[in-house]
Design a protein around this ligand. Structure first.
Ligand SMILES: Cc1cc2nc3c(=O)[nH]c(=O)nc-3n(C[C@H](O)[C@H](O)[C@H](O)COP(=O)(O)OP(=O)(O)OC[C@H]3O[C@@H](n4cnc5c(N)ncnc54)[C@H](O)[C@@H]3O)c2cc1C
Length: 385
């Protein structure tokens, strides 16, 4: 009998894990990879779509292209998870697993912020980015706010990146003089683990006249008066609001008992990423291991779980513990990208080192994307820019 591994979610975590196991075992393993979507989209591609840098069709990487030995991709919605029995119910049937990996990511909940759906925009989903592609060309004057609405959110550099790209976009259109840009963030600095990165971002904000509002969340929008209400009650007028919506644990994960509530990310063993249920792992944004919600960390977690599964099935020694380290690229605008290498779990406190923005890092970021596509989908991506 082949070992059956059921992987829920074909994002950064699920794709990386599936690829490693297929490479290691080929047809000798039975992997079922389940996702409700029909295509993978990088998080950073949403910025490309909203600013018209990429066509929506160019950033979608269809799962039907996955052709890996031992792997079956199933497009279906996961309706319930029984972690004790390692049983999953989907719209396409029920699956029993020897090993179950939950990689369902973080859901976003724009409706959790009063006024956001009616009076603002979000750029954290593909539909949100598509709407903005049509909204941004009509933005002529007044204050723009890039506002974070919840403490835990994907890709902490993304709000700063959106501000830099908005600055460039408005400058190109000749509308920058008529507009203001502010970023509202729940941290004291843009990237707390890396003072150098934060300093570089704040210096670039100052150079471009972008205001950084620290230690604040946007709690509500009043669309009638066109004001954003911050956590301390301050009101900020806006003509354009680009929101980072509240993130929550997917409901199916909460209902399974793996997470205590919508904001209690799945507890795992920090070294192995195993949940309290034997043979059930949680990788990526869905877990509460303490690393930022970013693809590189989901990928790192997937590698640790894959190594544990390989060791278990082959009888080798236990793999190294999860280190919570990864490199994030940061768009600075002006066609430049910086890089921050962060390490969350090796030392007593998180650390981060910064590489100055450069054109070379633009190429490195493109290579980061294309190498993942090649590895996960087994073919060079013709349209990846
Ligand atoms: C604007 C933006 C920019 C970003 N930039 C970067 C960056 O530069 N670098 C970086 O590393 N990260 C970046 N990220 C973050 C990155 O996209 C996520 O952290 C990463 O995708 C998390 O991987 P994951 O595998 O945990 O979850 P995901 O990639 O979100 O995958 C989860 C999958 O589960 C599926 N799913 C959910 N519920 C169900 C269900 N009930 N049934 C079936 N399928 C389901 C979803 O369809 C999804 O495909 C960015 C994010 C955003 C929004």
């Amino acid at each position: 009998m082949k070992t059956r591994v059921v992987v829920l979610g074909a994002g950064f975590g699920g794709l990386e894990l599936t690829t490693i196991l297929s490479d290691a075992f080929g047809d000798a393993i039975d992997i079922v990879l389940i996702d409700k979507g029909e295509a993978f989209v990088f998080g950073f591609s949403k910025l490309d779509v909203m600013f018209g840098r990429q066509l929506p069709t160019a950033v979608r990487h269809p799962y039907r292209d996955i052709a890996k030995p031992g792997v079956r991709f199933l497009q279906s919605t996961v309706r319930s998870i029984d972690p004790a029995a390692r049983r999953v119910v989907t719209d396409a049937g029920t699956f029993e697993a020897d090993l179950l990996v939950v990689a369902l990511g973080a859901d976003i909940d724009p409706a959790a912020t009063p006024g956001l759906v009616e009076g603002g925009n979000e750029f954290y989903t593909v539909p949100g980015a598509l709407v903005l592609r049509d909204v941004l060309p009509r933005f002529e004057r007044g204050p723009a706010i890039i506002g974070v609405t919840g403490k835990s959110f994907k890709c902490p550099p993304a709000p700063s990146e959106a501000a830099f790209l908005l600055h460039d976009y408005l400058t190109t259109r000749g509308r920058r003089e008529a507009t203001d840009i502010a970023v509202v963030m729940p941290f004291g600095t843009p990237i707390p683990p890396s003072p150098d990165t934060s300093q570089a971002i704040l210096a670039a904000f100052a150079e471009r006249g972008i205001r950084f509002v620290k230690d604040s969340l946007v709690k509500a929008l009043d669309p009638g008066r066109k004001v954003a209400v911050l956590s301390d009650g301050t009101e900020m007028p806006y003509a354009l609001f680009l929101g980072v919506p509240v993130h929550r644990v997917p409901a199916v994960v909460v209902e399974s008992g793996l997470a205590a509530d919508a904001y209690g990310w799945v507890p795992v063993n920090k070294k192995t990423l195993e949940t309290s249920f034997p043979g059930v792992f949680a990788v990526g944004d869905v877990n509460g291991v303490g690393t930022p919600k970013a693809g590189v960390f989901a990928e790192g977690a997937a590698r640790v779980v894959a190594a544990a599964i390989i060791a278990q099935l082959r009888g080798g020694p236990s793999p190294e513990a999860y280190k919570g380290a990864g490199s994030c690229y940061v768009e600075f605008g002006h066609d430049q990208v910086g890089r921050v290498d962060v390490d969350f779990l090796s030392g007593p406190k998180p650390t981060g080192t910064f590489q100055e923005p450069s054109e070379a890092l633009v190429a490195e970021k493109a290579e980061f994307g294309s190498s993942r596509l090649q590895r996960w989908f087994g073919q060079p991506p013709p349209s990846f820019g």
